[in-house]
Design a protein around this ligand. Sequence first.
Ligand code: PMV
Length: 330
Amino acid sequence: MSTATATAHPNIALVKYWGKRDERLILPHQSSLSVTLGPLSVTTQVAFEAASGPDLVRINGRSVEGRERTRVVELVGLVRAAVRARLRRRLGRATVVSSGDFPASAGLASSAAAFAALAVAARAAAGFPRHPREESILARQGSGSASRSIQGGFVRWNRGRRADGRDSFAEQVFDQGHWPELRLLVGLVSREEKEVNSRDGMRSTVETSPYYPAWARDAEAEVKVLVRHLARRDLEAVGALAERNAWRMHATALGAEPPLCYLKPQTLAVIEACRVARSRGVGVWFTLDAGPNPVLLTLARDEARAAALISRLGAASVVHCVPGGDAQVR
Ligand code: PMV
């Protein structure tokens, strides 16, 4: 039996990925850039036996079946195939046990941290040395955003151009210690399961939104500008760019047929409150993934006032995050 355990953090994109050019390999139409979110994490243990048999997958204390299990089993299958091809060894059935230290009700998708931890643990259990690029390429095939959770700090996922996806991986732009004052506050304004998941939402947007080409085209330049703003730790510039990018992603999705609206009335209330707070001298901006729960960008000195603002507007909980570190083998 060979076993390894790994831990990875989720991430929040400031320039977002929305749309695949290859559904199977999960290759994006555009590059994206995110902040890794500490201290939240997912820990995953992978154990390979010599004997073959069906893989077992347990997530947060329960055995999973169906689509959830298939995505994990497929990723483990990629590692098995790589071991056969490169190390000339055969791995038998795998047991995967994963748990997150943040509830689904935190309003953050755990798939980025989960597939990053799985990719790192599965490769380590199979006997491969650490290799962030290979880990990112593997994690990407579980969930696109997971490619950006292998490394800490500020991470850019380069879209790549090749059909085989070998040039589509994420790289660290600035490390975890680059901007210690930065705070990311996740506000839970709705617990409802979203009606359209990211995978289906992206596909529909790419196929039916007339705004999609403009969205994808602008991303490369946005990533470059964001890197310059991050280099200067200029929250006003970073925040304005993140807000504009989030609005444009949602505008593109709203242009799909049927329209995809992930916003709830309380989401708009928080967005409006950020604008009002800024006019009163609180440095707070928002970003928004494909869901109703905003993530606020602020600095340590304004953290308490920014958190009070989302709580007052009805957020059931506020999760306080700072830039997180690399995925680790434990
Ligand atoms: O990797 P997925 O399938 O969870 O898609 C992530 C899409 C967004 O969260 C909306 C944007 C992003 O870049 O993380």
